[in-house]
Design a protein around this ligand. Structure first.
Ligand code: C5P
Length: 315
């Protein structure tokens, strides 16, 4: 009972021992933000892309529900009922009518509040790990449905790859593109940005008429994804939240400039920021851009990553 959940296999198996799940982070190659809806979310038209910066969650049998963690954000992130991992485990247990008993341990590499969906990634990993530990047997679609209530990006992080996100981001359809690996450089900031605050800032900046075209604008990017040319893809990267993130954190303009100065093909703020993500021509170029960006000293750390990556998977 150690076989991983295959990409086309929606029938999870029950695991007797510890279940270890690896989950990617995401960037948005296109993030079109529409109007604020009555439920407090903004309508989105986004292209998600899962990248190789991973968190790892291990679920073991236990008599209660506990969470420990190591790595990025340890000591800062609350491990109580407010934590998305605990909320995900409880939501799954309630839906599966089983006791929420597990010892969960998180090894975190995705920065907190970084615009890389680290919280949603951990919730996705928890849903998959606990489903296997408890034998609740939900399909990936059912897990995505439970996950959508926890965070807009959870359904995507269960699926992975490159996908179109609509609704408030929770409605996900895969984009079939030629198999290409894209190379990215991430500038990780000191301190995070609150996603709701960034959306509020966008609403403030948009007071008065704003171009609704932003919501329909992923077509060029979709065409670019079918080619293998970084400069073509780079020209179509777009993020409606970028002006809001820059307004709240003006120093991000220096980070973007430093990325271009280091020779990146293109650069944008990732999601609600403050992580900035740069496209490189290939793996060697990514290392070179990363070295120069590190040298520029405009951010806390620099990492390289590849995409697309699969979603949450048992290792
Ligand atoms: O779903 P998630 O937890 O990522 O959303 C956090 C907050 O970000 C929401 O409560 C909302 O304020 C804002 N948000 C939004 N529109 C979206 C997604 C998130 O306004 N499509």
């Amino acid at each position: 009972m150690t076989e991983a959940w295959g990409p086309d296999d929606d029938k999870p198996r029950r695991f007797a021992g510890p279940v270890k799940v690896r989950v990617p982070s995401k960037i948005n190659l296109h993030l079109g933000v529409g109007p604020l809806r009555e439920d407090g979310y903004h309508e989105l038209n986004t292209v998600y892309h899962a990248i190789s910066l991973f968190d790892e969650l291990t679920a073991r049998r236990g008599d209660t529900l506990t969470l420990t963690m190591e790595g990025e954000g340890a000591g800062e992130l609350a491990l109580d009922d407010s934590n998305l991992i605990i909320r995900a485990a409880r939501a799954l247990a309630a839906r599966g009518r089983v006791p929420a008993h597990a010892r969960l341990h998180l090894r975190k590499s995705i920065p907190l509040a970084g615009g890389l969906a680290g919280g949603s990634a951990d919730a996705a990993a928890t849903l998959l790990a606990c489903d296997l530990l408890w034998g609740t047997g939900f399909s990936r679609e059912e897990l995505a449905e439970i996950g959508a209530e926890l965070g807009s990006d959870v359904p995507f992080l269960l699926h992975g790859g490159t996908a179109l996100g609509t609704g408030h981001g929770e409605s996900v359809s895969p984009i079939l593109a030629r198999p290409t690996t894209w190379h990215w450089v991430l500038a990780i900031a000191d301190g995070g940005l609150s996603t709701p605050e960034v959306y509020r800032e966008l609403d403030r900046l948009r007071e008065g008429p704003w171009p609704p075209a932003a919501l329909e604008n992923a077509d060029e990017l979709m065409t670019a994804l079918r080619q293998r040319k970084p400069e073509v893809l780079g020209a179509t990267l777009a993020n409606d939240l970028q002006p809001a993130a820059l307004s709240l954190r003006p120093a991000l303009a220096d980070v973007l400039k430093a990325g271009y100065d280091a020779g990146a093909v293109a650069g944008i703020v990732s999601g609600s920021g403050p992580t900035c993500v740069f496209l490189a021509a290939d793996g060697a170029h990514a290392e070179q851009v990363a070295a120069e960006l590190t040298e520029a000293g405009v951010c806390r750390s620099v990492v390289t990553a590849r995409g697309p990556m699969p979603g949450a998977r048992v290792t």
